[in-house]
Write a protein that binds this ligand. Structure first.
Ligand SMILES: [Zn+2]
Length: 64
């Protein structure tokens, strides 16, 4: 079941307070703000916890 758009409208990223977007095909909430964290959705409940978030892959070009 897709998430309620009204619910999505009030969600913000708890890390950077940016806007978030639900990616239904991946069942994740993605931050569209600065941090780009990915929050899991469990049983149609967005888990907006920084501890549960998946960090984006570091940008290419980083050395050892
Ligand atoms: Zn964010």
């Amino acid at each position: 079941m897709p998430l309620d758009q009204k619910l999505l409208d009030i969600l913000i990223c708890p890390n950077c307070r940016g806007e978030v977007e639900y990616i239904e095909s991946e069942n994740v909430i993605v931050c569209r703000g600065e941090c780009k964290y990915r929050y899991p959705v469990r049983d149609d409940i967005p888990v907006m916890l920084i501890d549960e978030a998946e960090r984006p892959a570091p940008e290419a070009g980083g050395g050892s």
